[in-house]
Design a protein around this ligand. Structure first.
Ligand code: FES
Length: 185
């Protein structure tokens, strides 16, 4: 069938040229809506899906993939997990630093803290830590664990501890905040 014959047939089916144009627009709109549904715009869902697609096997150094590199851009911080352990990751001046996510005071999430230079401030009661070595600037007896980290093949990979954190945890005051269970994250 030639092009003219094909168009004539379609116009007859849809009631003339205007009807055919309406049909074409409706079809295109339906396609776009369908495409939108397949890409969930919720960042939390996108992160969850990206984490679910991580390599399951450790790399040649025994490090585990914790996140795609794209989830930690320059100047950003985030909480990921290595196994069941939450870790706070920071990308500062092109380098990645990984420390315990749980604040030595009352387990506040340091991956949600405020970063100034190499210092992260806990969002709960403002205890401060150096992300380069886990030192606690607020209480020198309460340093955090640090972890080996590498980046390759589009992922951030975390290895064993390079420094063991202080075992001492817990605050003295009752501020109404509930110590968080790591399994809730
Ligand atoms: S939980 Fe971090 S300062 Fe209190």
């Amino acid at each position: 069938m030639g092009v003219r014959s094909f168009l004539k047939k379609k116009m007859d089916q849809h009631g003339g040229p205007v009807g055919l144009a309406r049909h074409a627009v409706a079809k295109a709109t339906k396609g776009a809506a369908s495409a939108d549904r397949s890409a969930d715009p919720d960042p939390a869902v996108q992160i969850k899906e990206a984490i679910a697609r991580l390599p399951k096997e450790p790399d040649e150094n025994g490090y585990h993939a914790v996140a795609p590199s794209s989830l930690l851009k320059e100047g950003e911080r985030n909480t990921f997990k290595v196994g069941d352990i939450p870790i706070a990751c920071f990308r500062i001046d092109g380098r990645i630093y990984v420390i315990d996510d749980e604040c030595a005071h009352e387990n506040g999430p340091l991956g949600e803290g405020t970063v100034d230079g190499f210092i992260v401030t806990c969002p709960y009661h403002d205890w401060r830590y150096d992300v380069r070595n886990g030192d606690c600037l607020t209480d020198p007896q309460r340093h955090l664990s640090c972890f080996a980290v590498a980046e390759h093949d589009g992922y951030i990979w975390v290895g064993g501890k390079t420094r063991e954190g202080s075992a001492s945890r817990g605050g003295e005051h009752d501020d109404g905040l509930v110590t968080r269970d790591i399994n809730e994250r």
